[in-house]
Design a protein around this ligand. Structure first.
Ligand SMILES: C[S@@+](CC[C@H](N)C(=O)[O-])C[C@H]1O[C@@H](n2cnc3c(N)ncnc32)[C@H](O)[C@@H]1O
Length: 289
């Protein structure tokens, strides 16, 4: 551990606040690399004569912050990890930084199924860091997960996270194109969840450099209208889902209507849009008849 005075730390934070940089990113850096949470900091303010223990030396911490601001590199990639729901996930630039708005997908899945379903098999298509699949098995001990991704390096990160967070072997990982590696589970899957790449071309081209230059294009870009992966996932779903099985998709704010039409076309009922906490129609669900 490395000690500095609380005063020294606060002066640095004050300078960063003055330069109107994103202070939440700084708190995240302090937490993930320095080992000081936001609530630790608020307690410290009461007596700023105290000493503070950091997990890395102050100079290195400052260098990490400069790397973040100079290159617009997300703090999560600099630290190699991030929080999502109740867990800390390891990350690399092979995987998308799991977004806070996606957290709701875990609740949607649990609400749809209820807490007492015993032998449920679910698929997390495009698992990335494994955040959705891992949260689902930890929160629903009887569920068995099948997690797929086209990117083998992303799958390695997901497998590492699974090992770190959950000691049970309740997720199997598969590399391949959406449903393709799950051929042996045809007609057996009760629930499928996907946060696929859904950003349309014109939006992708205008993404901030912190996203476009660092996060994998494969994880974001959904073709001209953003729907190319979603179309593939929906059209192949009937082969893999049980009758009465659910599909839950995250989507771009303006895609719900088209996705609902697609779901109905491919044999789904109970089709609806679910708003996120900002009132945006971010999720679309349907049940295979
Ligand atoms: C938006 S990210 C979602 C990652 C993670 N599920 C999350 O919510 O943070 C989409 C993921 O889909 C994967 N992917 C892209 N194309 C794919 C394909 N054709 N088949 C399977 N996975 C794919 C990407 O590698 C990426 O990990």
């Amino acid at each position: 551990m490395y000690e500095i005075s609380a005063k020294e730390l606060f002066l640095w934070i004050r300078d960063i606040k003055k330069s109107s940089q994103d202070i939440d990113d700084l708190y995240l850096l302090l937490d993930l690399m320095g080992g000081i949470s936001k609530s630790d900091l608020f307690l410290l303010k009461i007596n700023s004569l105290e000493k503070v223990s950091l997990k890395i030396n102050f100079h290195s911490l400052k260098k990490k912050w400069i790397e973040h601001t100079k290159l617009s590199k997300p703090i999560q990639y600099i630290c190699g990890c991030s929080y999502w729901r109740n867990f800390k996930f390891e990350l690399s630039t092979d995987v998308l930084i799991p977004r806070v708005e996606t957290e709701q997908i875990v609740e949607i899945a649990t609400d749809i199924i209820g807490l007492d379903d015993n032998k449920l098999i679910f698929a997390d298509l495009g698992t990335g860091s494994g955040s959705i699949a891992i949260s689902l098995v930890v929160e629903n001990r009887n569920w068995k997960g099948l997690a797929t991704d086209i990117n083998i390096d992303a799958l390695h990160i997901a497998q590492k996270n699974h090992k770190n967070i959950c000691s049970e072997s309740n997720i199997k990982f598969f590399c391949g194109n959406w449903w393709e590696p799950l051929i042996h589970y045809s007609g057996m899957i009760n629930l499928a969840i996907s946060n696929p790449p859904y950003i349309p071309r014109n939006v992708y081209e205008r993404l901030p450099s912190s996203v476009k230059d660092f996060e994998p294009k494969k994880a974001l870009y959904g073709g001209e209208d953003g729907l190319s992966h979603i179309k593939q996932i929906i059209s192949e779903a009937p082969k893999f889902l049980v009758r009465g099985g659910w599909l839950i998709l995250e989507n771009h704010f303006d895609q719900s209507k088209k996705i609902k039409d697609l779901l109905r076309k491919f044999g789904f009922d109970s089709v609806k849009t679910i708003n996120d906490t900002f009132g945006i129609g971010r999720f679309t669900i349907g049940r295979y008849k």
